[in-house]
Design a protein around this ligand. Sequence first.
Ligand code: DC
Length: 232
Amino acid sequence: MQNDRKLIIAIDGYASSGKSTLAKALADALGYVFIDTGAMYRGVAYFSYINGLYTKDSIHTEALIKRLDEVHLVFGDPITGNDRPLLLNGENINDPIRSSEISALVSLVAVIPEVRTKLVDLQRQMGTLGGIVMDGRDIGTVVFPQADIKIFVTADLDIRAHRRFIEMRKHMPDITLEAVEANLSSRDEIDTQRAIGPLKQAEDAVLFDTGLLTRETQLEKALTLVHELLAE
Ligand code: DC
C-alpha cells in the first residue's frame, strides 16, 4: 500500500556520470526537492576565485577558512520545476560555477575540512524534513548515512568525458576532449583519495552504470526502489 512518507534519497557518484540528470528527473517525478551539492562546493570555489584566494593550482586555504563566514549559499526560487538558481550572497552564480576555471579549483576546495563541515551542516538542514533527492559524493556515506534509498552512479571515464565535452563545447568552442578527460580524471583522483568524505560507494547503495542504462531505464529503476520501499 502506498504511503506518504517523505524519503531522503542519496545519489552519489563520479563527476559527469549523469547523477544530477537522474536526481533531477527522480525529484520531478516524485514532487521532491532536488539538491545539487556539487554546486555548493563550486559556490565556495567561485567565492575563492572572485576574491583572489587562489593561485594557478592551489587555494589559499588559511585565507579562505578565515572568510568562510562571508559565504552564504542558498538555492533560490525555482525557475522551472527543479531548476533553482544557486545564490552566493544573493547573486545568481549558476552559470559561472560551471566554467573550466571553477572546475579546476573545486576539488581543491572540497578537500578542506572546514569547507566540508560547513556544507555538510547546511545540507543536513536542507534535508531535515525529507522529500529530497540530494546528489554528491558523500551523501549516502557522511551527510545522510541513514538515507532511505542510496544510489551510486558510475560510467567509464571515456563515456563521461565525451558527454561533458558535448555539453561544454556549447559555451566553450575551444575546449578539447583531452582537456575535459584530464579534468575529470584528476577530479576522480582527488575525490576518491581525500581523507574526509571521499567518494566511495556506501555498502547499502545500489549501483547504476549509466553507460549501460538509458535515462528512462535509470529513472524506472530508481522509481521501482522508491515504490518498493513505500509499499513495505
Ligand atoms: O558534482 P560536481 O562535479 O559538480 O562536483 C564538483 C566537485 O565538488 C567535485 O569534484 C567534488 C566536490 N564535491 C564533493 O566533494 N562532495 C559533494 N557532496 C559534492 C561535490
